[in-house]
Design a protein around this ligand. Structure first.
Ligand code: SAM
Length: 261
């Protein structure tokens, strides 16, 4: 665990060791490197770049685009997210915003659980939102009237103040540079209901912060906690999430208790 957390996947030494251990992955990695370089050169910023990555990935497979190998794995990762929030008190009456909802891996379970109209999913990728609509149809969730909205940024200015009891972002900041996370943390407070919270997962490192192909970003917990503090929010690492087999860690962001209590 400790070795995994301190590993720098961007270092030449790591890449050479990885290639020696996984020779079959060299060609796919080279193809990804070429594609990502091309997409990055044509994009004006990170969001435009990542939207293009999602377009390319979703055209091949919406399951693969959200990081799962097949439908069973997709279901399992969705269930993991859902069971966790259920065990933390998610009620049908709650209003939920899912940032980077993808093709509703967990979203289809949230939508089924929440009262009609109480689920709001946003994503930068219109292509994955088309796949999300298919998930709604396949699961017979039309009557739940989920909102599925494309966004250009995470200022989320079009959403109402104090509206959401739970804001959730799974495997989104693991693909986001610091300025995207900063923007989200600067605006999320406005959207939270008085006792609301914002949970997000991230790739945790105890070593040097780094990224791979500007697709996967690795952060120290302290950096993200400090970023939340900069915006007047409190962030804590969710230890109970660490017990499950998922590779990412989870932070919960709330408003500080009054009088620091
Ligand atoms: C790995 S997928 C995870 C999707 C979903 N959260 C899940 O668990 O299945 C990451 C998703 O986040 C979206 N995304 C990435 N950066 C984003 C951003 N800055 N704002 C909104 N969505 C974003 C991607 O388009 C993609 O659908």
């Amino acid at each position: 665990m400790t070795e995994r957390l301190s590993r720098n996947r961007a270092s030449i030494a790591h890449r050479l060791r990885y290639a020696a251990r996984n020779p079959d992955r060299i060609a796919p990695y080279a193809r990804r490197l070429a594609r990502d370089t091309w997409l990055r050169l044509r994009a004006r910023d990170h969001v435009a770049y990542y939207r293009a990555v999602m377009r390319s990935d979703a055209a091949r497979s919406p399951y693969g685009a959200v990081g799962t190998a097949d439908h069973d794995h997709w279901l399992a990762i969705g269930r993991l997210q859902f069971d966790y929030l259920l065990s933390h008190g998610l009620k049908p009456s709650h209003r939920m915003l899912e940032i980077g909802c993808g093709n509703l891996r967990a979203g289809h379970l949230f939508i089924g659980h929440l009262e009609p109209g109480h689920y709001y999913g946003v994503d930068i990728s219109p292509d994955i939102l088309f796949a999300a609509q298919e998930t709604v149809t396949r699961n017979g969730l039309q009557d739940r009237l989920p909102h599925l909205t494309p966004v250009r940024d995470l200022r989320l200015a079009f959403l109402p103040e104090g509206h959401f009891d739970v804001i959730h972002a799974h495997s989104v900041f693991s693909h986001s540079p610091p300025e995207v996370i900063d923007e989200c943390l600067a605006h999320v407070d406005r959207l939270l209901a008085p006792d609301g919270f914002f949970d997000f997962t991230f790739n945790r490192t105890t070593g040097r912060e780094h990224h791979v192909l500007r697709e996967d970003f690795y952060y120290r917990t302290e950096s993200l906690t400090a970023l939340a503090e900069k915006h007047g929010l409190t962030a804590r690492l969710m230890d109970d999430w660490e017990k499950n087999p998922h590779k990412q860690s989870k932070l919960r962001v709330t408003r500080p208790a009054p009088n620091g209590g």
